[in-house]
Design a protein around this ligand. Structure first.
Ligand code: CS2
Length: 413
């Protein structure tokens, strides 16, 4: 008798195992989308594993048993299809990283979702919720647009109508620091947050700690800018300056005041509708969490896929400040540091590095900045009024160092 599965998860990484699998008390079938090794290892250990939450005050270990099946797409497509066709299924959740949020063929995530939804429609099963758990603006709704695009391109108007009416895509904000795993246990921080836009799925989360809110936007902006924007900035500073872990970067005597100023004088005012969140105290808590000395979260890991992250983490905030008529010299500095990283690092893990790095290496700083930032693939472009300031910063870095640039910025130079 197969398990009754209420949640299907796509993207079986460490983050899923330390986040959704901890909050969800129903049965989950979790699917690896790129390689089978994690799914197979998890199956071999009976799908049970420990999550160790650690900070300077100590650690707690929790045995997680919500994952009932670990599968690999496409190898296990027959079982995945059976789950999707079942009326037991209530939701599909996803952690597939930023770069999966585009339509790039039949193996892409939106096309695979469209395929699974076609199976559910054909089975006559009721609607479900699809909940993105990636740090992407309006994540689930954005995914909805991509899925509908695939279905429309296939010319399946009945499915298009059914998905539009029956499949809910509530946006969600997720937050927990989960460094890449080094052993079979997952190490993370005590903090764990999941906020979902109001949806009937809340009935399955009663008592779970998951928050439901009418408007996710302020949570999303606060998280992506004040946390992830800071994380990326620290990652590129760390990579250029040879600081291995972000916990060390954020307490560095020059970097710490720069990050605090970046948050307080630019990121906080870039968010006009705060939804009642006290952004200054939120920012302070983020700095404290990133400085958790027990996590060993590598700058190199966070630096990955910058082309897919910087747009929403840094460009958007700078663009909002520009619209508000406020200066954004620290956002400009963060972008200059990223461009310098693109030009000088030899181990960049980013799908667009092969285009960006040569552009960033242009000896003329203004050409380097302009060509890098106007890449056609960027969907959220930085306002060109920043280019000259970024080029001046790049010149400073090239002539001295990243630390020199940021000490100038703290001094207000
Ligand atoms: C990080 C995030 O790797 C990254 O890009 O910024 O994974 C970050 O640790 C999480 O979003 C924290 O919730």
């Amino acid at each position: 008798m197969p398990n009754q599965i209420q949640f299907l998860h796509l993207g079986l990484g460490a983050f899923h195992r330390a986040h959704q699998a901890v909050f969800i008390k129903q049965n989950i079938a979790s699917v690896s989308m790129r390689k089978s090794d994690v799914a197979d290892a998890l199956t071999a250990q009976g799908n049970k594993y420990e999550v160790i939450a650690r900070d300077a005050s100590g650690e707690t270990t929790t045995l997680i048993e919500s994952i009932k099946e670990s599968l690999f797409y496409p190898r296990d497509i027959a079982r995945i299809t059976e789950i999707v066709r079942s009326p037991d299924l209530q939701a599909i959740t996803l952690t597939v990283t930023e770069k999966a949020y585009k339509n790039d063929g039949a193996e892409g995530v939106p096309a695979r979702l469209a395929h699974l939804l076609a199976e559910r429609f054909a089975a006559g099963a009721p609607g479900i919720a699809i909940i993105s758990c990636d740090n992407v603006p309006s994540n689930s709704q954005f995914l909805r647009g991509l899925v509908l695009e695939v279905i429309a391109a296939n010319g399946d108007s009945e499915l298009l109508q059914w998905v539009s009416v029956n499949i809910r895509f509530p946006n969600s904000m997720i937050d927990r620091i989960v460094p890449a795993m080094t052993s079979s246990a997952i190490t993370t921080e005590p903090f764990n947050q999941w906020v979902i836009e109001n949806d009937p799925i809340h009935a399955l989360f009663v008592g779970s700690g998951v928050e439901f809110v009418p408007d996710i936007k302020p949570y999303e902006l606060a998280k992506i800018r004040l946390f992830n924007g800071v994380h990326s900035t620290l990652a590129y500073i760390g990579e250029v300056e040879g600081i291995e872990f972000v916990a060390n970067a954020i307490v560095h005597p020059v970097i710490a005041p720069f990050i605090k100023l970046l948050q307080e004088s630019e990121m906080v005012p870039s968010i006009k509708d705060t939804g009642g969140i006290d952004l200054l105290s939120y920012a302070a808590k983020i700095r404290k969490r990133i400085s958790n000395p027990t996590l060993h979260h590598r700058a190199h890991q966070i630096a990955m896929d910058g082309s897919q992250k910087m747009q929403q983490r840094i460009f958007d905030g700078a663009n909002d400040l520009e619209k508000l008529g406020r200066p954004a010299p620290l956002h400009a500095a963060a972008i200059a540091i990223w461009i310098h990283f693109l030009a000088t690092n030899s181990e960049i893990d980013d799908p667009l590095a092969f285009k960006l790095s040569p552009l960033a290496q242009n000896a003329d700083p203004l050409a380097a900045v302009t060509d890098t930032l106007t890449l056609a693939e960027f969907t959220r472009k930085l306002d060109p009024s920043y280019f000259a300031a970024i080029a001046a910063d790049l010149e400073t870095i090239r002539g001295s160092s990243v630390l020199e640039l940021i000490s100038n910025r703290i001094a207000g130079l």
